[in-house]
Design a protein. Structure first.
Length: 242
């Protein structure tokens, strides 16, 4: 470990914790090492969950509200506008055209700078799972299809596994969108347990493949020493090109 404090805004820590109090305590533990946090449905659904998101943003943190909105276009439009107007840096919706168009329309109506991210294929799903659900595509093909639709719908980026990041980057560049965000969950440090994730890579592998941001939860918040775990990941990506 080096003596200087390292931080990297490409690392987003998922506050996958059971209570608002535990999330606040984790943020205090991680201090200045982490500047970006993801808040998922477990916390957002609790009393005070959305307030926590606003609280972190007031502290200067980048806040990713992981709602994964999925409804008829009009409902998504209204929800996206409400979330964006309340203050949110990154907001997820499912990568279906009607949903994505509604989210972009709602965000724009509120005059917000919120970035809309479309969830392509959940990183917990394998090709066998997709077949069971009824899709006629494997994960790679479905991600490509949804990335192209996301670009057509004008969203700001996608959430996809690190294994698809390189291809997503190629498609975005071909479409004239080098600024397109590629946010990758399913990131695990070397030797870490995969948990319920199926399509995973190390932090360095994900960024090298083309990811713009990494989402890491359990390897940090479930560690015996979360600050040490977070610092080790930051050090592992220090110096990698953006």
């Amino acid at each position: 470990m080096t003596s200087r404090l390292l931080t990297d805004d490409r690392l987003i820590v998922g506050l996958d914790l059971p209570s608002i109090e535990a999330a606040r305590a984790m943020v205090r533990t991680l201090g200045g090492t982490i500047s970006a946090y993801k808040i998922g449905l477990t916390l957002l659904a609790r009393p005070g969950g959305v307030a926590l998101a606003h609280e972190l943003r007031d502290q200067g943190k980048t806040v990713f509200q992981d709602w994964k909105l999925h409804d008829i276009g009009a409902q998504v439009e209204g929800a996206a506008r409400a979330v964006a107007e309340g203050g949110c840096d990154l907001l997820t919706v499912h990568a279906e055209p009607q949903v994505m168009r509604g989210a972009v329309k709602g965000r724009d109506a509120g005059g917000s700078s919120t970035k809309i991210l479309a969830v392509t294929v959940m990183t917990s799903l394998s090709d066998a799972d997709l077949t069971e659900i009824g899709y006629g595509f494997d994960a790679t093909a479905l991600v490509e299809r949804r990335v192209r639709q996301a670009l057509d719908c004008g969203v700001d980026g996608v959430v996809s596994s690190p294994l698809e990041a390189a291809r997503v980057r190629e498609i975005a560049i071909e479409a004239g969108r080098p600024d397109f965000l590629i946010v990758t969950p399913g990131v695990r440090p070397v030797g870490a347990d995969k948990g319920d994730q199926q399509r995973v890579a190390t932090p360095a592998e994900a960024l090298t493949a083309g990811a713009t941001h990494l989402v890491v939860a359990r390897p940090i918040v479930g560690a015996d020493n979360p600050l040490l775990a977070a610092s080790a990941i930051v050090e592992s990506i220090d110096g990698l090109m953006r």
